[in-house]
Write a new protein. Structure first.
Length: 341
């Protein structure tokens, strides 16, 4: 089967706020305020908050700082803009300046931790998250980010504790539920993992994993895994159908949310096959080919090249996928290289 293998990893990092908020409308200072530097700084800061254009926000924030050099919030906003544009050095510098001017700035510590995490510096990220939590104990997103940093370092118990604490302070933190599910998955506690995945999507149906797919895809893949495990037992045919039917529901929901997700569409076809619904499976595969008319020929070429180079396992994977999408084209591999199955 040709698909991207999605590693379940809770690496979605939460900044305290969006880079620029649309909730604050642009405010023009009155004429007499133009002589007041603080008022001018506030006006430019508000302009930055009211735009989605990063360049405009950058210019406005710089002007705000020019009028008010010790404007911690403006430096914090400027750091967010630099972070959004991939300028980590400038982002970290601005976060430090914001903290220097406002030592109890929990949000700045949290977001500086996020930036360190993006640089794969988990040790520094953890220090920042812990400081944010020290300043603001009920900071749910900082707890979540601390859990993610511990997870990356394979400190799973510490990660689980942080995730659970995030939920204590915010029972609607869908990302924390999803992250707990991932830890349970790693520990092969699949019933608990499914429970937390379902809780996550109940709170936020648009929640995505670190690969950009919705959590519905994760749940569907869990059920497919359980179906494969059931398939290793001779007396479990009914379980295979039950798990596959459950997978169908979640793959369909994923496709409703992300129409272009042909990975989910392919897995939906496999789930239909497991559930003894071959006609529905064929419709899924036909839709993939309709959306990607060049895919079968690419698979054919790749399988042929892999066979010639002696990569039999990879060739088999390509061949079996091609057989589902275009059985007639797959037959040419049989004729040219002999039966693979």
């Amino acid at each position: 089967m040709v698909k991207i293998i999605i590693m379940l990893t809770p690496l979605c990092l939460l900044h305290s706020t969006a880079v620029m908020s649309q909730s604050v409308r642009r405010q023009a200072p009155s004429r007499r305020d133009w002589t007041n530097k603080d008022s001018l700084a506030q006006a430019f800061y508000n302009m930055a908050q009211s735009t989605n254009n990063l360049d405009s926000a950058l210019n406005s924030l710089k002007k705000a700082i020019n009028f008010k050099p010790h404007y911690a919030e403006a430096y914090y906003g400027l750091a967010g803009v630099y972070a959004a544009t991939g300028n980590s050095d400038s982002a970290l510098l601005c976060y430090r300046k914001a903290i220097e001017m406002k030592p109890h700035y929990a949000e700045a510590f949290n977001d500086m931790g996020v930036e360190y995490a993006h640089l794969s510096n988990s040790d520094s990220a953890i220090i920042c998250y812990k400081e944010a939590i020290h300043l603001k104990k009920d900071y749910s997103d900082a707890w979540l980010n601390l859990g993610n940093a511990n997870y990356r370092q394979k400190h799973f118990k510490d990660a689980m504790l942080a995730y659970r604490t995030a939920i204590v302070y915010d029972s609607n933190n869908a990302r924390a539920y999803e992250s707990i599910a991932v830890v349970f998955s790693d520990e092969k506690q699949y019933d608990s993992a499914l429970q937390y995945f379902k809780s996550a999507v109940a709170l936020d149906r648009t929640l995505t994993n670190s690969a950009g797919s919705s959590v519905f895809l994760d749940i569907g893949e869990f059920y497919m895994y359980l179906a494969r495990v059931a398939g290793t037992r001779l007396d479990s045919r009914d379980l295979i159908v039950v798990y596959s039917d459950s997978a169908v529901v979640y793959f369909q929901e994923e496709i409703r949310l992300v129409v272009a997700d042909d990975n989910a569409r392919y897995e939906l076809g496999e789930a239909f096959e497991n559930a003894n619904k071959p006609d529905s499976a064929k419709l899924c595969y036909a839709e993939i080919v309709k959306r990607n008319p060049e895919l079968p020929e690419h698979l054919h070429q790749e399988a042929a090249a892999l066979l010639q180079s002696g990569n039999w396992d990879q060739a088999m994977t390509k061949y079996l996928t091609l057989e589902k999408l275009d059985p007639k084209l797959a037959e040419t591999l049989d004729k040219a290289f002999g039966k693979l199955k």
